[in-house]
Design a protein around this ligand. Sequence first.
Ligand code: SAH
Length: 233
Amino acid sequence: MPFAATVLTLMPEMFPGTLGVSLAGEALARQTWSLEVKDIRDHGRGKHRAVDDTPAGGGPGMVIRADVLAEAIDAVVKPSDPRPRFLLSPRGRVLDQAFARELAAGPGVVLVCGRFEGVDERVIEARGLTELSIGDYVLSGGEVAAQVVLDSVIRLLPGVMGGEGSDIEESHEDGLLEYPHFTRPRDFEGRSIPDVLTSGDHAKIARWRRAEAEALTKSRRPDLWARKTPGKG
Ligand code: SAH
């Protein structure tokens, strides 16, 4: 069974979007993963198929109605569906590489994209949605966030990445940022490639890369370094 993604959105025209090209797009065409896009507005109310209303208690913006969103979810997700269900939300757990790996190992994912001020709290509870964030900033809708989540997961599915193991040495895979890369030309505007990389000594190259990765992580992301080396200050 391929990895099955279902996305619920008010902007179905935004899909597959970035996921339709390059690695993810090719994998979609090969059916390594599948994408179902559900328009929440199918379940809108009245002549204008309204999906939102003013927030109870007042305040700015509009809120997606609980009944409309619940019906849209029920139309595409059966109670026995084993896939985890997420609401993209800046209040959620922040996506990281370990979580992307966890999702890639599962049967797929259901992603609900919010818009406006967000969604009625009751539908989050009633449909067992887990909030998932892509970082500490606010987007105008969950669609770009859903594509970020899916991109990070799809490239980890078996057969999607070309180069053997090119996904294991990546930044964040072992809690470190990746070492710097070099390719041709050997001399670029007076800058050369570090000698060690052209030495042919693979053990030495591995040690150099490890040291560079550690130095980069220490200086740029002390938070990651602290997690990697607890107690070492
Ligand atoms: N009023 C909300 C923000 C609404 S932004 C709040 O303060 O929490 C509109 C929609 O964009 C959200 O419902 C969510 O689906 C999406 N969104 C915004 N920022 C996001 C983020 N950092 N990660 C994931 N989704 C986000």
